[in-house]
Write a protein that binds this ligand. Structure first.
Ligand SMILES: O=c1ccn([C@@H]2O[C@H](COP(=O)(O)O)[C@@H](O)[C@H]2O)c(=O)[nH]1
Length: 229
């Protein structure tokens, strides 16, 4: 189930390559957002110590998209669990056995959510095909015991309908106000994400590269709030 306050449903992707830049962005955003996301760029540059530090002020999604043989993924999940992060992910393309191994390993960390990437929001496949594949992979993840998935806003409602409202949907590919979509193919604005069944919105460049990142985060939050009662 998502958190109640909109700021606790907004995840900022800290796609920077240096500890100082990450901490400066964290401080600028302050309590305007509830979650930070550490992905490949920052983790490869700075590693687990920074993850632990960021996790003291915000909830943390470690977005490393594990995709390997079942044993290796289970071991990586164990290591991530040891960091005390709030959410991690694997790639659902790794298949049923890999997802089940990951879920078994994650069961040792009951406070950590394990989710699976379905179809990357940058994937150029036609939207209708993406919906079919994302739904198939979401069902696999659900049946393997994962807590949710990463998908685009365009697939979130169908996944909720099939896998249940408690199955978490995390949606990157958020853009608004005519922003450049860059490498993202299946995008939506913050209000549509909320009405479209997204539990957590992931926003990177529209906040990181804004003249004032905190204001950009507040703008996204205002749009999310505009569609709630
Ligand atoms: O399907 C996916 C899975 C993960 N991501 C990650 O989300 C952010 C999006 O950043 P923007 O700058 O807002 O495009 C980034 O960290 C990706 O690695 C995704 O975009 N799509």
């Amino acid at each position: 189930m998502p958190d109640n306050r909109m700021k606790d449903r907004l995840m900022v992707a800290l796609d920077v390559n240096h500890r100082d830049a990450a901490l400066a962005m964290r401080d600028q955003l302050g309590d305007s957002v509830g979650w930070l996301k550490v992905g490949l760029r920052l983790f490869v540059a700075e590693g687990p110590e920074l993850v632990r530090d960021l996790n003291t002020s915000h909830k943390l999604f470690l977005d490393l998209k594990f995709h390997d043989i079942p044993n290796t993924v289970a071991q990586a999940v164990e290591s991530a669990g040891g960091l005390g992060v709030d959410m991690i992910n694997v790639h659902a393309g790794g298949g049923e056995e890999m997802l089940a191994s990951a879920a078994k390993a994650a069961a040792n960390f009951p406070d950590m959510k394990l989710i699976a990437v379905t179809v990357l929001t940058s994937d150029p496949m036609p939207k209708e095909q993406a919906r079919v594949v994302a739904l198939e992979r979401a069902k696999l993840a659900h049946d393997a015991g994962l807590d949710g998935i990463v998908c685009s806003v365009h697939e979130a409602a169908a996944i909720k309908q099939t896998c249940g409202t408690n199955f978490i949907t995390v949606t990157p590919g958020i853009r608004w106000g005519g922003q450049d979509t860059q490498d993202q193919k299946r995008v939506a604005d913050p209000a549509s994400a909320i009405t479209g069944g997204s539990d957590y919105l992931v926003v990177g460049r529209p906040i990181l590269h804004a003249p004032n990142p905190r204001d950009a985060a507040l703008e996204a939050l205002a749009m999310m709030e505009s569609v709630t009662a």
